[in-house]
Design a binder for this molecule. Sequence first.
Ligand code: NAD
Length: 263
Amino acid sequence: MDLGLHGKVAIVAGASRGLGKATALALAREGARVAICAREQDRLDSASNEIARIAGAEVLAVPCDVTSEVDVTGLIQVVLERWARINILVNNAGGPPAGLFDELTMTQWRSALELNLLSTVRLCRGVVPHMRHQQWGRIVNITSVSARQPVPGLMLSNAGRAGVLGFAKTLSNELAVDHITVNSVCPGYTRTDRLAELAQATAERESMDEDAVFRAWKEAIPMKRLGEPDELAALITFLCSIQAGYITGCAIPVDGGLIQSTF
Ligand code: NAD
């Protein structure tokens, strides 16, 4: 199937590693021109070189903290200067820390909402005028299963990501007449560096070994295995395709069956 992505211009945020990087690679493999961002130049450059080498594609690496208005404005400007348009936006960043209600400070709440909710709003505010002008666009938000089924102990993620789904659904209604779709994907436990770090932290906190942490996670998943970044990237790539033009306002899990709701 030709996904119609050849020559399309995509911004993938939080793409120096993990799910963002896998998504940038998948889009580049389909012929998209991809701008990736993250905060650290070194990691970003190495991701960009890797994607360009594997996909034989044009990749632009732009250092950008998605919580900064100035950085996001700069990112959009650099992409427009290089390619004169933006067709696709994939919103992504790191995850907030774990924590119970009694433990979390207002500073942590503000940082978490900046990182996951307001960064999404900020990037959308930057690209939507250009997509409207083109009368075409694809926006995909990488959230989490926690957006649809709260995970105990992940108060900040549960609240902030549910906010992203509410924002995305509302935005999808407002942009539908402009042929711009807005969807979210909800990864479950997926094999990335972040998950390994999370396993290590959990093991230390619970005084157990890391293998036992992974075993417990897998046990809770109907498919009894972790997801792979490529599996999430494949769905995002399809949602960005011309074929996905009638899919908007959805929040789709890629979680091996973990979420227990039927809709
Ligand atoms: P990761 O930590 O491996 O990668 C996050 C990427 O975002 C990195 O490139 C990092 O440099 C970048 N980033 C972080 N903060 C940023 C900022 N302020 N500005 C710009 N870039 C920033 O995480 P991942 O495992 O790839 O997950 C991506 C997202 O999906 C996270 O929000 C994570 O919480 C969520 N998620 C992951 C899983 C999983 O199992 N891996 C499951 C559910 C949800």
